[in-house]
Design a protein around this ligand. Structure first.
Ligand code: AMP
Length: 402
């Protein structure tokens, strides 16, 4: 059983083809610069050289056709025919309050995703283009959608409501939704397996620290609170995003700097975070290197970034009245030993005893980085959102129709 996982952006489309018999990746790749001249398709199959094809791809339907052509290519492909793809799973950023779990696509689901365009104007319309493009190329193949927000739909009202007039929630659904849900879900399940403990009995803080970053309090396997909000701007300091700030700063800056609302929005999303404080980069590798070379701005950016993660872990330990495990995942969380060390240094009051040697190990596997006997287990868990999308899609197409 082969399942194609698609993550469509406005000018890009990433794909992975899974063989669900053993959950192996048969091929993966991406199409970039859709709608611009010289679009690039990059296609990878383990053990073979990477293939790069430059052509004109004006919209997503052509991008999907090119991907299908590549997957069935006589020399570079891995399938004999297109009908060896039994289902397609899509990543969708925003499912609003409508979607608590992954679903198979039908006309109603498409309508609902369209209704949510307002909440994720940069993402959901692009995902819809991906869905329609697959539909045009593979009209008889079932498609499923997996939402970044769905995992967080278990949050109680006290976690997801903002203390603003209720009419804004009732009329416009202004509330915390949270993101990276597929990742938090995947790593918490993986951690419970690794620790050989039932997920339903664990209090976990999962830290997804990549370009975007969020912490989630996971109580008994369910999201109880999360640091991202109505949009992915709230919470932790990120590569180029500010994270938490006093909302009064927005009108104040508009007045003082004679900026428009859009300009301030863009400043908070694209010109803040690590980039703004360090003045060097939004990439944690470059920040750590500059810090080691004595750059004070980089050191300040690192201090602020790690301090906020620690604050959220402390807050969520209080929110859940205790904590059994802390998980680090995504680009920075999986790879930056100095970041994990700095965050954990201030958590000894919780009973965290980091093991420096274990923390320094580089590996693509789930691993424990605390000492044996530490009251709280800290784990590095490589995330795999695509695999979870493939698994959900696989499960959905096997369930009998409702
Ligand atoms: P993601 O959004 O999960 O793909 O993470 C991407 C980010 O991971 C990049 O912006 C890098 O800053 C970060 N990253 C990747 N490798 C390392 C590393 N070895 N050390 C620190 N940060 C890393």
């Amino acid at each position: 059983m082969n399942i194609l996982v698609i993550n469509a952006g406005s000018s890009s489309l990433k794909y992975q083809l899974y063989d669900m018999d053993d959950e192996s990746v048969l091929a993966s790749g991406r199409v970039e610069r859709i709608g611009m001249d010289s679009s690039i398709l990059t296609h990878e199959v383990e053990g073979r050289p990477e293939v790069r094809e430059v052509s004109e791809i004006l919209e997503h339907t052509t991008a999907v056709r090119k991907v299908l052509d590549m997957l069935t290519h006589r020399k570079f492909g891995v399938l004999k025919a297109i009908d060896e793809i039994q289902a397609v799973g899509h990543r969708i950023v925003h499912g609003g309050e409508s979607f608590h779990e992954s679903v198979l696509i039908d006309e109603n689901v498409k309508l609902e995703i369209k209704r949510l365009f307002d909440l994720a104007p940069l993402h959901n319309p692009a995902h819809m283009m991906g869905i329609l493009a697959v539909e045009a190329n593979l009209p008889d193949v079932p498609q499923a959608v997996v939402f970044d927000t769905a995992f967080h739909q278990t949050m109680p009202k006290s976690s997801y409501l903002y203390a603003i007039p209720m009419v804004l929630y009732k009329k416009h659904k202004i509330r915390r939704y949270g993101f990276h849900g597929t990742s938090h879900d995947y790593v918490s399940k993986k951690a419970a397996q690794f620790l050989n403990k039932p997920l339903s009995e664990l209090k976990i803080v999962s830290c997804h620290i990549g370009n975007g970053a969020s912490c989630t309090a996971i109580l008994g396997g369910k999201s109880f609170d999360t640091s991202m909000g109505m949009t992915p701007l709230e919470g932790l300091m990120m590569g180029t995003r500010s994270g938490d700030l006093d909302p009064a700063i927005v009108p104040y800056t508009i007045n003082k700097e004679d900026l428009t609302l859009n300009e301030v929005n863009s400043m908070l999303n694209k010109h803040s975070g690590l980039m703004a404080i360090s003045g060097i980069s939004s990439d944690m590798r470059e920040i750590v290197q500059a810090m080691e070379e004595g750059n004070e701005s980089a050191a300040l950016a690192f201090d602020m970034y790690t301090y906020r993660i620690r604050k959220y872990i402390g807050a969520y330990a209080a929110a859940m009245n205790g904590i059994d495990a802390i998980l680090f995942t995504a680009g920075v969380g999986e790879n930056s030993a100095p970041l994990r060390k700095r965050v954990c240094e201030g958590l000894t009051f919780l009973g965290v005893e980091l093991d420096d040697e274990r923390n320094a190990v580089r590996s693509g596997e789930t691993r424990l980085i605390t000492k044996d006997g530490s009251m709280v287990d800290v784990l590095v868990v490589p995330t795999n959102e695509e695999l979870l999308i493939a698994r959900d899609t696989f499960r959905l197409i096997q369930e009998p129709a409702q």
